[in-house]
Write a protein that binds this ligand. Structure first.
Ligand SMILES: [Cu+2]
Length: 431
Protein backbone atom coordinates (compact mmCIF):
# COMPACT_ATOMS: atom_id res chain seq x y z
CA UNK A 1 0.00 0.00 0.00
CA UNK A 2 1.33 3.30 -0.99
CA UNK A 3 0.12 5.02 2.14
CA UNK A 4 2.17 2.62 4.17
CA UNK A 5 5.30 3.60 2.40
CA UNK A 6 4.79 7.34 2.47
CA UNK A 7 3.15 7.39 5.82
CA UNK A 8 1.28 10.35 4.59
CA UNK A 9 -2.33 11.03 5.18
CA UNK A 10 -3.72 10.78 1.73
CA UNK A 11 -7.23 11.61 2.55
CA UNK A 12 -8.18 14.96 1.04
CA UNK A 13 -9.07 17.34 3.79
CA UNK A 14 -12.31 19.07 3.28
CA UNK A 15 -11.29 22.27 5.12
CA UNK A 16 -8.12 22.72 3.05
CA UNK A 17 -9.49 25.51 0.87
CA UNK A 18 -10.31 27.78 3.73
CA UNK A 19 -6.91 27.52 5.30
CA UNK A 20 -4.95 27.74 2.15
CA UNK A 21 -3.12 30.93 3.17
CA UNK A 22 -2.48 30.31 6.81
CA UNK A 23 0.42 28.08 7.64
CA UNK A 24 -0.52 24.61 8.33
CA UNK A 25 -0.77 23.70 11.89
CA UNK A 26 1.58 21.08 13.08
CA UNK A 27 0.04 17.79 12.53
CA UNK A 28 -1.61 17.10 15.75
CA UNK A 29 -2.95 13.66 15.76
CA UNK A 30 -6.70 14.03 15.64
CA UNK A 31 -8.82 11.67 17.41
CA UNK A 32 -10.03 9.56 14.62
CA UNK A 33 -13.67 9.22 14.47
CA UNK A 34 -13.55 7.14 11.35
CA UNK A 35 -10.48 4.99 11.61
CA UNK A 36 -11.32 3.17 8.40
CA UNK A 37 -10.89 6.41 6.34
CA UNK A 38 -7.39 6.79 7.44
CA UNK A 39 -6.30 3.83 5.47
CA UNK A 40 -8.27 4.71 2.46
CA UNK A 41 -6.20 6.21 -0.26
CA UNK A 42 -8.56 7.66 -2.79
CA UNK A 43 -8.29 7.08 -6.51
CA UNK A 44 -6.23 10.29 -6.88
CA UNK A 45 -3.36 8.90 -4.89
CA UNK A 46 -2.79 6.35 -7.55
CA UNK A 47 -2.77 8.87 -10.38
CA UNK A 48 0.07 11.05 -8.92
CA UNK A 49 2.50 8.99 -11.01
CA UNK A 50 5.00 8.42 -8.28
CA UNK A 51 5.54 4.87 -9.13
CA UNK A 52 8.24 2.95 -7.46
CA UNK A 53 10.47 3.20 -10.54
CA UNK A 54 9.86 6.89 -10.77
CA UNK A 55 10.69 7.45 -7.15
CA UNK A 56 13.83 5.38 -7.49
CA UNK A 57 14.84 7.42 -10.51
CA UNK A 58 14.32 10.65 -8.60
CA UNK A 59 16.54 9.40 -5.86
CA UNK A 60 19.21 8.31 -8.35
CA UNK A 61 19.13 11.58 -10.24
CA UNK A 62 19.54 13.67 -7.17
CA UNK A 63 22.30 11.36 -6.16
CA UNK A 64 24.03 11.93 -9.51
CA UNK A 65 23.70 15.69 -9.21
CA UNK A 66 25.23 15.56 -5.82
CA UNK A 67 28.06 13.44 -7.18
CA UNK A 68 28.79 15.96 -9.92
CA UNK A 69 28.86 18.77 -7.40
CA UNK A 70 31.07 16.70 -5.17
CA UNK A 71 33.51 15.93 -7.97
CA UNK A 72 33.60 19.59 -8.99
CA UNK A 73 34.36 20.64 -5.47
CA UNK A 74 36.91 17.86 -5.13
CA UNK A 75 38.59 19.02 -8.32
CA UNK A 76 38.89 22.56 -7.02
CA UNK A 77 40.06 21.42 -3.65
CA UNK A 78 42.74 19.24 -5.19
CA UNK A 79 43.65 21.53 -8.08
CA UNK A 80 44.66 24.48 -6.00
CA UNK A 81 47.27 22.72 -3.86
CA UNK A 82 48.41 20.61 -6.78
CA UNK A 83 48.96 23.65 -8.92
CA UNK A 84 50.69 25.28 -6.06
CA UNK A 85 53.02 22.33 -5.72
CA UNK A 86 53.56 22.33 -9.46
CA UNK A 87 54.50 25.98 -9.15
CA UNK A 88 56.76 26.09 -6.16
CA UNK A 89 57.56 22.43 -5.70
CA UNK A 90 57.92 20.84 -2.32
CA UNK A 91 60.77 22.86 -0.90
CA UNK A 92 60.79 20.93 2.35
CA UNK A 93 61.35 17.74 0.37
CA UNK A 94 63.87 19.35 -1.90
CA UNK A 95 61.66 18.92 -4.94
CA UNK A 96 61.88 21.89 -7.24
CA UNK A 97 58.81 23.20 -8.99
CA UNK A 98 58.16 25.12 -12.14
CA UNK A 99 59.10 28.48 -10.65
CA UNK A 100 62.42 27.24 -9.40
CA UNK A 101 63.15 25.58 -12.71
CA UNK A 102 62.22 28.76 -14.49
CA UNK A 103 64.33 30.77 -12.11
CA UNK A 104 67.20 28.43 -12.82
CA UNK A 105 66.80 28.82 -16.54
CA UNK A 106 66.63 32.58 -16.13
CA UNK A 107 69.63 32.54 -13.81
CA UNK A 108 71.77 30.47 -16.16
CA UNK A 109 70.79 32.76 -19.02
CA UNK A 110 71.87 35.76 -16.95
CA UNK A 111 75.18 34.09 -16.16
CA UNK A 112 75.84 33.25 -19.80
CA UNK A 113 74.99 36.76 -20.90
CA UNK A 114 77.16 38.14 -18.11
CA UNK A 115 80.00 35.92 -19.27
CA UNK A 116 79.73 37.30 -22.79
CA UNK A 117 79.65 40.87 -21.46
CA UNK A 118 82.66 40.09 -19.32
CA UNK A 119 84.60 38.76 -22.30
CA UNK A 120 83.74 41.84 -24.32
CA UNK A 121 84.47 44.44 -21.65
CA UNK A 122 86.59 43.15 -18.83
CA UNK A 123 88.69 40.23 -20.05
CA UNK A 124 91.34 42.40 -21.69
CA UNK A 125 92.36 43.71 -18.27
CA UNK A 126 91.24 40.96 -15.91
CA UNK A 127 91.96 37.94 -18.12
CA UNK A 128 89.55 35.60 -19.89
CA UNK A 129 89.16 33.56 -16.72
CA UNK A 130 89.52 36.39 -14.26
CA UNK A 131 93.13 35.40 -13.64
CA UNK A 132 94.22 39.03 -13.76
CA UNK A 133 96.45 41.09 -16.02
CA UNK A 134 96.48 44.83 -15.97
CA UNK A 135 93.68 44.57 -13.46
CA UNK A 136 93.71 42.38 -10.37
CA UNK A 137 92.57 38.78 -10.48
CA UNK A 138 88.86 38.31 -9.93
CA UNK A 139 88.68 34.51 -9.79
CA UNK A 140 90.68 34.38 -6.58
CA UNK A 141 88.88 32.07 -4.11
CA UNK A 142 89.99 34.22 -1.20
CA UNK A 143 88.19 37.17 -2.76
CA UNK A 144 85.14 35.11 -3.69
CA UNK A 145 84.94 33.36 -0.33
CA UNK A 146 81.77 34.15 1.58
CA UNK A 147 80.45 36.47 -1.09
CA UNK A 148 77.20 34.54 -1.47
CA UNK A 149 75.48 33.17 1.63
CA UNK A 150 73.55 29.89 1.37
CA UNK A 151 70.24 31.71 0.98
CA UNK A 152 71.63 33.65 -1.97
CA UNK A 153 72.01 36.88 -0.03
CA UNK A 154 75.22 38.89 -0.37
CA UNK A 155 77.78 37.86 2.20
CA UNK A 156 80.62 39.86 3.70
CA UNK A 157 83.32 38.43 1.36
CA UNK A 158 85.51 40.85 -0.57
CA UNK A 159 83.88 40.65 -4.00
CA UNK A 160 80.33 40.65 -2.67
CA UNK A 161 77.49 41.88 -4.79
CA UNK A 162 77.19 45.23 -3.04
CA UNK A 163 80.88 45.94 -3.50
CA UNK A 164 80.80 44.90 -7.15
CA UNK A 165 77.83 47.16 -7.80
CA UNK A 166 79.71 50.09 -6.27
CA UNK A 167 82.92 49.34 -8.18
CA UNK A 168 81.12 49.09 -11.48
CA UNK A 169 79.11 52.22 -10.79
CA UNK A 170 82.02 54.37 -9.56
CA UNK A 171 84.95 52.78 -11.32
CA UNK A 172 88.40 52.14 -9.91
CA UNK A 173 88.51 55.21 -7.74
CA UNK A 174 86.07 53.41 -5.46
CA UNK A 175 88.72 50.75 -4.85
CA UNK A 176 91.88 52.60 -3.91
CA UNK A 177 90.65 56.16 -4.01
CA UNK A 178 92.80 56.86 -7.03
CA UNK A 179 91.03 59.18 -9.48
CA UNK A 180 93.46 58.05 -12.17
CA UNK A 181 92.66 54.40 -11.63
CA UNK A 182 92.80 52.40 -14.80
CA UNK A 183 89.50 50.83 -14.04
CA UNK A 184 86.76 52.93 -15.59
CA UNK A 185 83.20 53.21 -14.36
CA UNK A 186 80.94 50.80 -16.18
CA UNK A 187 77.41 51.45 -15.16
CA UNK A 188 75.23 54.08 -16.74
CA UNK A 189 75.32 57.11 -16.50
CA UNK A 190 79.08 57.10 -15.93
CA UNK A 191 79.70 54.03 -18.01
CA UNK A 192 78.32 52.26 -21.06
CA UNK A 193 76.50 49.35 -19.40
CA UNK A 194 72.94 49.45 -18.14
CA UNK A 195 71.77 48.18 -14.79
CA UNK A 196 70.63 44.86 -16.18
CA UNK A 197 73.95 44.21 -17.90
CA UNK A 198 75.81 44.99 -14.70
CA UNK A 199 73.57 42.53 -12.84
CA UNK A 200 74.38 39.90 -15.43
CA UNK A 201 78.14 40.48 -15.16
CA UNK A 202 77.88 40.22 -11.39
CA UNK A 203 75.80 37.03 -11.68
CA UNK A 204 78.58 35.64 -13.84
CA UNK A 205 81.42 36.72 -11.53
CA UNK A 206 79.73 35.17 -8.51
CA UNK A 207 78.45 32.00 -10.19
CA UNK A 208 79.53 28.90 -8.33
CA UNK A 209 81.49 26.17 -10.05
CA UNK A 210 78.38 24.01 -9.78
CA UNK A 211 76.68 26.21 -12.35
CA UNK A 212 77.47 25.40 -15.96
CA UNK A 213 76.43 26.92 -19.24
CA UNK A 214 77.29 27.22 -22.90
CA UNK A 215 77.98 30.37 -24.83
CA UNK A 216 75.92 30.96 -27.93
CA UNK A 217 76.26 33.57 -30.57
CA UNK A 218 73.15 35.24 -29.17
CA UNK A 219 75.03 35.88 -25.94
CA UNK A 220 78.25 37.04 -27.48
CA UNK A 221 76.87 39.19 -30.27
CA UNK A 222 78.19 39.15 -33.75
CA UNK A 223 80.70 41.99 -33.35
CA UNK A 224 82.54 40.16 -30.58
CA UNK A 225 82.25 36.75 -32.13
CA UNK A 226 85.66 36.96 -33.76
CA UNK A 227 87.55 37.77 -30.61
CA UNK A 228 85.57 35.58 -28.27
CA UNK A 229 84.16 32.78 -30.36
CA UNK A 230 81.00 31.30 -28.95
CA UNK A 231 81.61 27.60 -29.20
CA UNK A 232 78.40 25.93 -28.12
CA UNK A 233 80.32 22.73 -27.38
CA UNK A 234 82.40 24.30 -24.63
CA UNK A 235 80.87 24.01 -21.22
CA UNK A 236 81.78 26.78 -18.81
CA UNK A 237 81.63 26.74 -15.05
CA UNK A 238 81.51 29.50 -12.47
CA UNK A 239 84.69 30.62 -10.75
CA UNK A 240 83.53 30.41 -7.17
CA UNK A 241 84.09 27.24 -5.22
CA UNK A 242 81.33 27.20 -2.61
CA UNK A 243 83.26 24.67 -0.52
CA UNK A 244 86.41 26.76 -0.30
CA UNK A 245 87.65 27.45 3.20
CA UNK A 246 90.52 29.88 3.62
CA UNK A 247 93.54 28.45 5.40
CA UNK A 248 93.45 29.34 9.08
CA UNK A 249 96.47 31.63 8.85
CA UNK A 250 95.17 33.48 5.77
CA UNK A 251 95.19 37.25 5.93
CA UNK A 252 91.99 38.93 4.81
CA UNK A 253 91.90 40.31 1.30
CA UNK A 254 93.09 43.90 1.40
CA UNK A 255 90.47 46.48 0.50
CA UNK A 256 92.75 48.03 -2.09
CA UNK A 257 94.54 45.87 -4.58
CA UNK A 258 97.20 47.41 -6.78
CA UNK A 259 98.30 45.68 -9.91
CA UNK A 260 101.49 46.17 -11.80
CA UNK A 261 100.68 49.28 -13.73
CA UNK A 262 104.27 50.44 -13.38
CA UNK A 263 106.60 51.52 -16.15
CA UNK A 264 106.98 48.09 -17.67
CA UNK A 265 110.28 46.69 -18.99
CA UNK A 266 113.22 48.99 -18.47
CA UNK A 267 114.47 50.93 -21.42
CA UNK A 268 117.96 52.41 -21.68
CA UNK A 269 118.09 55.69 -19.79
CA UNK A 270 120.41 57.12 -22.41
CA UNK A 271 118.76 56.35 -25.71
CA UNK A 272 120.66 55.60 -28.84
CA UNK A 273 121.51 58.77 -30.71
CA UNK A 274 119.14 59.42 -33.55
CA UNK A 275 121.06 58.93 -36.74
CA UNK A 276 118.73 60.66 -39.13
CA UNK A 277 116.56 63.35 -37.65
CA UNK A 278 113.47 64.11 -39.65
CA UNK A 279 113.12 67.07 -41.94
CA UNK A 280 109.95 68.96 -42.91
CA UNK A 281 110.07 67.22 -46.29
CA UNK A 282 110.89 63.87 -44.91
CA UNK A 283 109.66 63.58 -41.33
CA UNK A 284 111.05 60.82 -39.19
CA UNK A 285 108.24 58.36 -38.54
CA UNK A 286 107.67 57.22 -34.98
CA UNK A 287 105.19 54.40 -34.83
CA UNK A 288 103.27 53.63 -31.68
CA UNK A 289 100.55 51.09 -31.14
CA UNK A 290 97.98 51.75 -28.44
CA UNK A 291 96.99 48.30 -27.25
CA UNK A 292 93.82 46.96 -25.75
CA UNK A 293 95.93 46.34 -22.66
CA UNK A 294 96.35 50.12 -22.34
CA UNK A 295 100.03 50.40 -23.23
CA UNK A 296 102.13 51.89 -26.01
CA UNK A 297 104.04 49.31 -27.97
CA UNK A 298 106.68 49.67 -30.66
CA UNK A 299 105.28 47.65 -33.58
CA UNK A 300 108.72 46.72 -34.93
CA UNK A 301 110.21 45.37 -31.72
CA UNK A 302 106.99 44.60 -29.84
CA UNK A 303 108.50 46.30 -26.77
CA UNK A 304 106.59 48.57 -24.52
CA UNK A 305 107.34 52.26 -25.10
CA UNK A 306 108.01 54.34 -22.01
CA UNK A 307 109.99 57.21 -23.52
CA UNK A 308 110.61 58.76 -26.89
CA UNK A 309 113.88 60.30 -28.06
CA UNK A 310 113.71 63.35 -30.26
CA UNK A 311 116.20 65.73 -31.74
CA UNK A 312 115.81 69.42 -31.25
CA UNK A 313 114.45 71.03 -34.39
CA UNK A 314 113.67 67.83 -36.27
CA UNK A 315 110.29 67.06 -37.77
CA UNK A 316 108.66 63.85 -36.74
CA UNK A 317 105.47 62.10 -37.68
CA UNK A 318 103.81 60.22 -34.86
CA UNK A 319 101.89 57.39 -36.43
CA UNK A 320 99.45 56.23 -33.82
CA UNK A 321 97.78 52.91 -34.40
CA UNK A 322 94.82 51.87 -32.33
CA UNK A 323 94.83 48.13 -32.31
CA UNK A 324 91.29 47.39 -31.32
CA UNK A 325 87.97 48.81 -30.40
CA UNK A 326 89.57 50.57 -27.46
CA UNK A 327 89.81 54.36 -27.30
CA UNK A 328 93.14 56.17 -27.28
CA UNK A 329 94.59 59.54 -28.05
CA UNK A 330 98.12 60.86 -28.18
CA UNK A 331 99.10 64.25 -26.84
CA UNK A 332 102.35 66.01 -26.15
CA UNK A 333 102.85 68.71 -23.56
CA UNK A 334 104.17 69.52 -20.12
CA UNK A 335 103.94 66.58 -17.72
CA UNK A 336 101.78 68.33 -15.14
CA UNK A 337 99.24 69.45 -17.71
CA UNK A 338 99.01 66.03 -19.31
CA UNK A 339 98.54 64.28 -16.00
CA UNK A 340 95.14 65.81 -15.49
CA UNK A 341 94.19 66.63 -19.03
CA UNK A 342 90.67 65.67 -20.06
CA UNK A 343 90.01 63.14 -22.75
CA UNK A 344 89.41 65.86 -25.35
CA UNK A 345 92.55 67.79 -24.43
CA UNK A 346 93.56 70.74 -26.56
CA UNK A 347 97.22 69.90 -26.25
CA UNK A 348 98.80 69.10 -29.62
CA UNK A 349 98.53 65.56 -30.89
CA UNK A 350 96.00 63.03 -32.12
CA UNK A 351 92.48 63.32 -30.79
CA UNK A 352 90.70 60.40 -29.22
CA UNK A 353 89.68 57.81 -31.73
CA UNK A 354 88.30 54.32 -31.59
CA UNK A 355 90.20 51.64 -33.40
CA UNK A 356 91.09 49.76 -35.34
CA UNK A 357 92.85 52.44 -37.34
CA UNK A 358 95.86 54.72 -37.60
CA UNK A 359 96.10 58.49 -37.24
CA UNK A 360 99.18 60.64 -37.52
CA UNK A 361 100.43 63.90 -36.17
CA UNK A 362 103.40 65.79 -37.59
CA UNK A 363 105.40 67.83 -35.15
CA UNK A 364 108.48 69.99 -35.46
CA UNK A 365 110.37 69.74 -32.22
CA UNK A 366 110.38 73.39 -31.23
CA UNK A 367 109.24 75.38 -28.23
CA UNK A 368 109.60 72.25 -26.16
CA UNK A 369 108.05 72.81 -22.72
CA UNK A 370 109.74 71.97 -19.49
CA UNK A 371 109.42 68.27 -18.75
CA UNK A 372 107.92 67.34 -22.08
CA UNK A 373 105.84 64.21 -22.12
CA UNK A 374 103.62 62.19 -24.35
CA UNK A 375 100.48 60.53 -23.05
CA UNK A 376 97.10 59.13 -23.79
CA UNK A 377 94.59 61.12 -21.77
CA UNK A 378 91.61 58.79 -22.02
CA UNK A 379 90.43 58.41 -18.42
CA UNK A 380 92.51 55.80 -16.70
CA UNK A 381 95.04 55.54 -19.51
CA UNK A 382 97.45 58.21 -18.43
CA UNK A 383 99.29 56.14 -15.84
CA UNK A 384 100.45 53.29 -18.09
CA UNK A 385 100.47 55.35 -21.30
CA UNK A 386 102.70 58.28 -20.57
CA UNK A 387 106.43 58.88 -20.70
CA UNK A 388 109.07 61.54 -21.16
CA UNK A 389 110.09 63.02 -24.48
CA UNK A 390 113.87 63.04 -24.41
CA UNK A 391 114.87 65.93 -26.61
CA UNK A 392 118.56 65.94 -27.47
CA UNK A 393 120.70 68.24 -29.53
CA UNK A 394 121.09 67.52 -33.23
CA UNK A 395 123.78 65.03 -34.09
CA UNK A 396 127.09 66.58 -34.88
CA UNK A 397 126.72 69.20 -32.21
CA UNK A 398 128.41 68.83 -28.85
CA UNK A 399 126.67 65.95 -27.10
CA UNK A 400 128.13 67.22 -23.84
CA UNK A 401 125.09 66.93 -21.64
CA UNK A 402 124.14 63.45 -22.45
CA UNK A 403 122.17 63.10 -19.24
CA UNK A 404 119.10 62.20 -21.18
CA UNK A 405 116.48 62.71 -18.48
CA UNK A 406 114.04 65.56 -18.93
CA UNK A 407 116.40 67.22 -21.28
CA UNK A 408 114.23 70.15 -22.20
CA UNK A 409 117.09 72.57 -22.44
CA UNK A 410 116.61 73.21 -26.12
CA UNK A 411 116.87 76.98 -25.54
CA UNK A 412 120.56 76.81 -24.81
CA UNK A 413 121.27 74.66 -27.81
CA UNK A 414 124.80 75.70 -28.64
CA UNK A 415 124.65 76.00 -32.39
CA UNK A 416 121.61 77.93 -33.48
CA UNK A 417 123.35 78.73 -36.75
CA UNK A 418 123.52 75.20 -37.96
CA UNK A 419 120.48 73.41 -36.56
CA UNK A 420 119.29 72.40 -39.97
CA UNK A 421 120.03 68.75 -39.82
CA UNK A 422 121.75 67.48 -42.87
CA UNK A 423 120.32 64.41 -44.45
CA UNK A 424 123.45 62.36 -43.81
CA UNK A 425 125.35 63.37 -40.73
CA UNK A 426 127.74 60.81 -39.40
CA UNK A 427 126.29 59.73 -36.06
CA UNK A 428 129.36 58.22 -34.49
CA UNK A 429 131.80 60.89 -35.69
CA UNK A 430 131.95 62.99 -32.57
CA UNK A 431 134.15 61.56 -29.85
CU1 LIG B 1 94.62 55.31 -24.32
Amino acid sequence: LSDERSGRELTPRPDEEQRAVTPREPAVPQPSTTPADRFYAGDQAHTVGLTEERAGQVVRQSGNARMVAFLGALFLVLFIPLYWIYDIGLPFLGVGGRMEAEQNVQYVTDVARGHALYLANCARCHGDNGEGGIGPPLNDQAKLYNTVLPGGLPGPGHLNETYLHAVLREGGRYICGDPNSLMPAWEYPRGPLNYREVEEIIAFMLASNEVSWHLHIAHVGEEDEEEHPADPDVEYHGWRDPNYEPPPDATPVPACWRGDVGPGPEQPATPEPIAEPGTPDNPRVIELVGTAAVTWVDPTTGDRVNQISLVEGETVEFRITNEQGAMHNFHIGPADELADAPMDSELPGVETFTGPGTESYVWTVEDVPEQPEFACTVPGHYQPMHGPLLVGPPPGTDPGDGDGDGNGNGAESPAPGSPEPGPSPTPGASP
